[in-house]
Design a protein around this ligand. Structure first.
Ligand code: ZN
Ligand code: ZN
Length: 560
C-alpha cells in the first residue's frame, strides 16, 4: 500500500465521519493526516514502526491506523462506516464542490440516498428550505452531477440528442463522406443511451487514418468493419464502415434490437437487400407493413406488420394541450398568466395547471385557502384569454394510506385531479399497491401521475404489479400518465399496449415547471411511439372541446 492509498483512506474516513456526524475533532485530524501523508517524501510501507511515529503530525492514533492498513490492507473503522453508508451516498462524495457536511444534511435530513434523487430534488427546488443551501449551491450541484454522470458514459436520450447531430456533422467534415447515418439504440429512440452508432460509406482504414488527427476521438478498438472510439472523453462512438454495401441494408441490420433481428431472419431467411434498395421497398417485398425504427425491438411487431396492424404513430404536433404543469404558486418558475400566454404562443388550446398539494411542503404545496384564491385567478384569466382555457387541477400527493391530500368538498372543485406518489418511496410491492389502488379507486382521481416513481439512470421506482394497476385504471376510468420528463418517462412504454387492450387512455404530460419544459412533450412522444401510441389514444391530443366533454362525461358517470 503506497502513501497515496493511505492518504485516500484517511481522507475518506474523515469525510464519512462528517457524513455520519461523528466526532468532528477526530475527523479533522484524519483529514490533516491525509494531507501530510500525501506530501511525505518517503514511502511508509516497509518502515520500522518507530520511524512511522516519528513523522511530524503522526501521533499515536494515526500511527496505529497506518500500521493497521499496512498489515491488513484496511482500517476497521473505515470499513464499518462504509458498511453503514448507502452506496448512493458514498457516490455523492464524488460530486465536485459538495462537502461531507452538506451530504450529511442531504442524506439524514432530506432523506435523499442517491445522486438521481438529489438531482431531481434540485430541479424541484427542494434544497432551498434547508439552511446552507442557496440557489447557487443547488445550481452547482445540478451541474456537477450532470458532469459526473456523463463521465460514467450513461446518458438520457435528451442529454445526447444534440451531441448525436453535431457528431454526425463533425464526422462528415472530417471524413469527406456525405452519407453518414445514425443507427442503433439512438435510432430506436431508447430512453437512455450508452453509445452512439453511425454508418459511414468508407473503408475502416481510411476513417481510422483521418480520425488520427483529431484527439477528441480516442481510439479504443477495431473489429471487422467497425471502429470504436471514446469521444471527448465522454461517450462511446461506434462507426460501421462499409465499402460497396448498401447503406440501407447496414442500417436495417444495425438498427433492430437483437430479438427483432433474430425473429426477422428466422421468418425471412431468404430476404436480402438488392443493390440500392431502400428499407421501404425491402419491407414491401417481405410482405410486411413498414416498421418504424423505434418499433424494431422484438418479434411481436412482425406479426402486427404482417396483418397491417401498425397505426400511424403520434407526433409532437398532435399534442393539443399542456396537461400537468406547475406555476410559481407551488414550485414552478412562471406565473399562471405567463404559462397561459406561453401555451397560446405555442398553439396549445388549453393548460391544465396542477400545482403540488399541501403534503408536498418542500414544493410549496397549496393550502385550501390558496386553492380557492388560485381558482378565482383562473376564472379571471379564462375570461381574458378565451377561447383558450386553463383547467383547475392539482397534483395531489397520494398519502401514505392511499388517500388524496384534501377532502371531497375541495376535490370536487377541480376540473380534474392528477394523483402521484412523492413521499415514502421505499415501499415493498404490497404497500405500493395498497396506496396506488386506493388512489385509483378514489372517484376524484382522473389521472395517475408518474406511476412507479422511477428516475432513469438513478432510481428504479417502487415495485408494482402493472397488470393489476392497469386493470384497476380500466375499472375506474382512470387515465395513466406517460410523464414526459426525460428522466421519468413513466409509465414505461412496454406496458402501453396492454393498457390499450384494456381500454385505458394514456396522457403524455410534460410535468413542466417552466415554459421551456413544455418541450418535454417531445420525449414523451418518442417514448409513446415505442409503445405504438396514436393520437386517438392519448388524452393530451384531445381538442379543447373533446377534452371538456371527456371531463364532464366522467364526472357525470362518477356522480361527482
Ligand atoms: Zn410529481
Ligand atoms: Zn408534477
Amino acid at each position: 500500500m503506497d502513501n497515496y492509498q493511505i492518504a485516500d483512506n484517511f481522507s475518506l474516513l474523515s469525510k464519512l465521519m462528517d457524513v455520519h456526524k461523528e466526532n468532528s475533532f477526530k475527523s479533522k485530524s484524519y483529514s490533516i493526516a491525509a494531507r501530510n501523508i500525501d506530501k511525505l517524501q518517503v514511502q511508509l510501507e516497509g518502515l520500522a514502526h518507530e520511524k512511522i511515529f516519528s513523522f511530524p503530525g503522526i501521533g499515536e492514533a494515526i500511527g496505529k491506523k497506518i500500521i493497521e492498513m499496512l498489515e491488513t490492507g484496511k482500517i476497521k473503522v473505515l470499513e464499518e462506516l462504509i458498511q453503514k453508508t448507502p452506496a448512493g451516498v458514498l457516490e455523492m462524495l464524488q460530486i465536485k464542490g459538495l462537502g461531507p457536511k452538506k451530504i450529511s444534511v442531504i442524506w439524514n435530513d432530506m432523506g435523499i440516498e442517491n445522486m438521481g434523487e438529489l438531482l431531481y430534488a434540485c430541479h424541484e427546488n427542494r434544497l432551498l428550505t434547508y439552511t446552507g443551501f442557496g440557489e447557487k449551491t443547488q445550481n452547482n450541484i445540478i451541474e456537477a452531477i450532470g458532469f459526473y454522470q456523463q463521465k460514467q458514459g450513461h446518458y438520457l436520450y435528451a442529454q445526447v440528442e444534440e451531441l448525436a447531430g453535431q457528431l454526425q456533422k463533425h464526422l462528415v467534415k472530417i471524413s469527406g463522406v456525405k452519407n453518414i447515418f445514425i443507427t442503433g439504440a439512438f435510432n430506436r429512440q431508447e430512453e437512455t443511451i450508452d453509445e452512439l452508432e453511425y454508418i459511414i460509406s468508407s473503408s475502416a482504414d481510411t476513417i481510422k487514418q483521418k480520425l488520427r488527427a483529431h484527439p477528441e476521438f480516442l481510439f479504443n478498438l477495431e473489429l471487422p468493419g467497425e471502429l470504436l472510439y471514446k469521444y471527448d472523453d465522454r461517450i462511446k462512438v461506434r462507426l460501421f464502415c462499409i465499402n460497396d454495401e448498401n447503406p440501407a441494408e447496414k442500417l436495417f441490420f444495425t438498427t433492430g434490437a437483437t430479438p427483432f433481428l433474430e425473429a426477422f431472419k428466422k421468418e425471412h431467411s431468404i430476404m436480402i437487400f438488392e443493390k440500392n434498395e431502400d428499407e421501404l421497398s425491402f419491407f414491401h417485398r417481405a410482405k410486411l407493413q413498414f416498421i418504424p425504427a423505434c418499433l424494431r425491438e422484438n418479434d411481436l411487431i412482425l406479426q402486427k406488420a404482417k396483418n397491417g396492424g401498425i397505426k400511424k404513430l403520434i407526433e409532437p404536433k398532435d399534442i393539443k394541450g399542456i396537461i400537468h404543469s406547475h406555476s410559481n404558486w407551488s414550485d414552478g418558475v412562471n406565473t399562471l398568466e405567463e404559462l397561459a400566454k406561453g401555451c397560446i404562443d405555442k398553439g396549445f388550446e388549453y393548460l391544465v395547471i396542477s400545482d403540488h398539494s399541501k403534503a408536498a411542503f418542500y414544493a410549496n404545496g397549496l393550502s385550501e385557502e390558496k386553492i380557492i384564491e388560485q381558482h378565482e385567478l383562473i376564472a379571471t384569466l379564462n375570461k381574458k384569454y378565451a377561447p383558450f382555457k386553463i383547467f383547475k387541477s392539482i397534483e395531489s400527493d397520494i398519502l401514505n394510506d392511499g388517500n388524496l391530500d384534501y377532502g371531497n368538498d375541495l376535490l370536487s372543485a377541480f376540473d380534474l385531479v392528477i394523483a402521484s406518489v412523492h413521499s415514502n418511496l421505499k415501499m415493498n410491492e404490497e404497500k405500493a399497491m395498497m396506496r396506488l389502488l386506493k388512489a385509483i379507486e378514489n372517484p376524484y382521481t382522473t389521472i395517475l401521475g408518474h406511476m412507479t416513481g422511477r428516475l432513469l439512470l438513478s432510481r428504479k421506482g417502487f415495485p408494482v404489479d402493472h397488470l393489476k394497476l392497469i386493470d384497476a385504471c380500466a375499472a375506474n376510468d382512470v387515465v395513466i400518465e406517460l410523464n414526459a420528463h426525460p428522466r421519468r418517462l413513466d409509465m414505461r412504454w412496454q406496458w402501453i399496449q396492454h393498457a390499450f387492450e384494456k381500454g385505458v387512455l394514456i396522457s403524455i404530460d410534460p410535468d413542466a415547471h417552466s415554459i421551456p419544459e413544455f418541450e418535454n412533450i417531445k420525449y414523451g412522444v418518442l417514448a409513446a411511439q415505442k409503445g405504438m401510441v396514436s393520437k386517438e389514444n392519448n388524452l393530451s391530443s384531445f381538442t379543447l372541446e373533446k377534452f371538456e366533454k371527456f371531463l364532464s362525461d366522467r364526472k357525470t358517470k362518477k356522480g361527482i
